[in-house]
Design a binder for this molecule. Structure first.
Ligand code: 13P
Length: 343
């Protein structure tokens, strides 16, 4: 795989008006999501749910790539078509979550390091053969009393860089995800402080591992107040602090920043992205989305595990994807949000 092919894929994933749907919930996370609609997490229910998402009519107008879980990459649509092919026929890239989860970091109470490097080279080759064209690895940084520690940030940054280098070697665009969690009562200033140290460490490690910045996408948190902070920063403040932080710490060669939603409400995630793109900051990278919950939550609720709800759930997903697509150019509005009422 030559460098140009990876750069082309990375740029296509952040093409104008498009973003990524993260549907790569691990076994534990999808079990929780399905439990919220009283559905058991059987292989068939997981398959039917993900098929509903990726067969949404017209979704390729707004979605450039879908991140899948190992099981999903191997599953088929009811008519026998492999799910990665269902996506490629619509011009949508298949992505794959390749880490094996955040595990307790030794001698660092309350902190984790993401694992999954052992055997990764072989798994990446297989994923490419199954049709994947990009990958994701999520590192988790928790804010709390006396944490995060430097050892946690650096261990995660090092693993992200090792993963990214292996991914590029296998011809897959790495989506590098250092997530500073919004859990806690910290202020937006504290989130900024931790995020900048994290981004600095991640790009230092990527450089040390010879990762070409033009062939990756960054998937960070936004600068946001902790969920339980009594003072919640407004939309404009979140947008300005976020763009300021990335301008200082994300190299211009990176084609795109694709946000996680991290527990924000679906409308807040859209509004924040919109405000960033509406600013005239002259930023060198695309600012886009790679949302999981903020794209799926209302569609999951409407689906409720029943085939007869599929058309309604798909209309709701289409609407959220359309709103986020508008946010890519700063043209999302309350009027557009309300158009769902017409569904
Ligand atoms: P959320 O948007 O729900 O945070 O999920 C994005 C993701 O892929 C986390 O790894």
């Amino acid at each position: 795989m030559n460098a140009n092919a990876l750069e082309t894929t990375a740029k296509a994933l952040v093409a104008e008006g498009k973003g990524i749907l993260a549907a790569d919930e691990s076994a534990g996370s999808i079990e929780k999501r399905l439990a919220s609609i009283n559905i058991p997490s059987t292989e068939e229910n997981r398959r039917a749910y993900r098929e509903m998402l990726i067969t949404t009519p017209g979704i390729s107008d707004f979605i450039s790539g879908v991140i899948l879980f190992d099981e999903t990459l191997r599953q088929k649509k009811e008519d026998g078509t492999p799910l990665p092919e269902v996506l490629s026929r619509q011009g949508i890239f298949s992505g794959i979550k390749v880490d094996t989860g955040a595990k307790p970091l030794p001698r660092a109470p309350g902190e984790t390091v993401t694992e999954g490097l052992d055997g990764l080279r072989g798994r990446l080759e297989e994923y490419f053969a199954l049709g994947a064209r990009f990958t994701k690895w999520r590192a988790v940084i928790t804010i709390g009393d006396g944490i995060p520690s430097k050892q946690c940030i650096d261990a995660n940054a090092d693993a992200l860089a090792r993963y990214a280098a292996l991914s590029i070697e296998a011809g897959l665009v790495p989506v590098v995800e250092p997530e500073v969690l919004m859990d806690g009562d910290h202020t937006i200033e504290r989130c900024y402080q931790v995020s900048e140290v994290t981004l600095h460490s991640v790009f230092h490690s990527l450089f040390e591992q010879h990762v070409p910045f033009g062939q990756i996408l960054l998937k960070p948190n936004m600068m946001i107040s902790g969920k339980d902070c009594p003072v919640q920063a407004g939309v404009q403040e979140v947008a300005e602090a976020s763009v300021r932080c990335y301008l200082r710490h994300v190299p211009a060669a990176v084609p795109g920043i694709v946000f996680l939603s991290g527990g924000q409400s679906d409308e807040a995630a859209t509004a924040h992205l919109n405000a960033m793109n509406a600013m005239d900051a002259g930023h060198p990278w695309q600012l886009s989305f790679s949302y999981g919950r903020a794209l799926q939550a209302p569609a999951l609720k409407a689906w409720a595990g029943s085939a007869e709800n599929v058309p309604l759930a798909q209309k709701i997903l289409f609407h959220r994807a359309r709103c986020n697509s508008a946010a890519r150019s700063g043209s999302y509005s309350e009027e557009l949000e309300k158009e769902l009422a017409a569904v």
